[in-house]
Design a protein around this ligand. Structure first.
Ligand SMILES: NC(=O)C1=CN([C@@H]2O[C@H](COP(=O)(O)OP(=O)(O)OC[C@H]3O[C@@H](n4cnc5c(N)ncnc54)[C@H](O)[C@@H]3O)[C@@H](O)[C@H]2O)C=CC1
Ligand SMILES: O=C(O)[C@@H]1CCC=N1
Length: 266
């Protein structure tokens, strides 16, 4: 079935989603894109993915599409929704903005507007996002459009709005913590006399292998125990993490992330 999209915001998340859609069903999608305030960015984006740029009056395109994806900063969403509201009829409005749940969207849209809130992560760029989503009452055709988008960027789990607020830090932001961890490991391996790229490859494969093990049925505690030979090397390293209260540091980082995400939503 042919689908038409209007993306508002042509940044990193929009690029990841467009790439996924194009890769999974290029001949079945028509995509318009608007990125007010940064025409150069819009041009690069539309050229890269062969989209139709909307340089002026993006509201003229609302009735030409069946799905609208809001992929601009959360701070811009209220203004965009207020501009959208007078023209919305049967379109599905999807937002990926951190902190901006369904209720926040519905405040500015006509009653019964079909809305979805999706929290992807940057692995969407390679079809490996862990996305969370929730919707208002939407039609079967709209569900199908949403799932085409979600599946084109990775795995997806339906959650309540409240769960997405809580989990934004875990699935949306924590990839940054993993990259920070990778940087720390690469930095700590400074004496190994390997080129930066070789080190990165080695660390990436280690994280990939660990993630694949974690995706199997074993619990993280079991997997950790399997690495930790009694009285061996790993135990010495874990002891340092425990002494420095690694879990507490991660909890605090997640809490700070969650609090900021909620503020973005207000
Ligand atoms: N980067 C990430 O890991 C994730 C981001 N998100 C959400 O995705 C959204 C976009 O984030 P990114 O792509 O990372 O940011 P970005 O900065 O790469 O892209 C935002 C784009 O929106 C454009 N823009 C700004 N104001 C606009 C307006 N009024 N109308 C139209 N376009 C406008 C900017 O020019 C820019 O191209 C945010 O709401 C963020 O909360 C959600 C999950 C993960
Ligand atoms: O940093 C942010 O606000 C967004 C939300 C999740 C990942 N990036």
């Amino acid at each position: 079935m042919k689908r038409t999209y209007l993306f508002i915001g042509a940044g990193r998340m929009a690029a990841a989603m467009v790439k996924g859609l194009k890769a999974s069903c290029d001949d079945q999608v028509t995509i318009y894109a608007a990125n007010s305030g940064n025409k150069e960015r819009l041009e690069i984006f539309c050229t890269a993915y062969q989209l139709f740029p909307v340089v002026e009056n993006w509201t003229d395109y609302i009735t030409k599409v069946d799905t609208i994806v809001l992929a601009m900063p959360p701070s811009q969403q209220q203004d965009i929704l207020q501009q959208l509201a007078p023209f919305v009829t049967t379109q599905l409005i999807i937002s990926v903005a951190a902190g901006k749940g369904l209720r926040e969207m519905q405040k500015y849209l006509p009653d019964q507007t079909a809305v979805a809130w999706v929290m992807p992560n940057t692995a969407a760029q390679i079809g490996q996002s862990m996305s969370l989503y929730t919707t208002s009452t939407i039609s079967e055709a709209q569900k199908s459009a949403l799932h085409v988008l979600l599946e084109s960027i990775g795995e997806a789990k339906e959650c309540s709005e409240e769960q997405i607020h809580t989990l934004t830090a875990i699935t949306g932001s924590a990839p940054a913590f993993v990259y920070e961890f990778a940087m720390s490991l690469m930095d700590a391996a400074g004496n190994a006399q390997l080129a930066e790229e070789e080190l990165q490859e080695l660390v990436a494969q280690m994280i990939y292998g660990a993630a694949m093990m974690l995706k199997s049925s074993s619990s993280p505690a079991e997997l950790r125990e399997a690495v930790t030979t009694p009285g061996g090397a790993t135990a010495a390293g874990l002891d340092v993490l425990y002494a420095k209260n690694f879990q507490k540091v991660i909890h605090e980082a997640i809490q700070a992330t969650s609090e900021r995400a909620r503020i973005l939503g207000n």
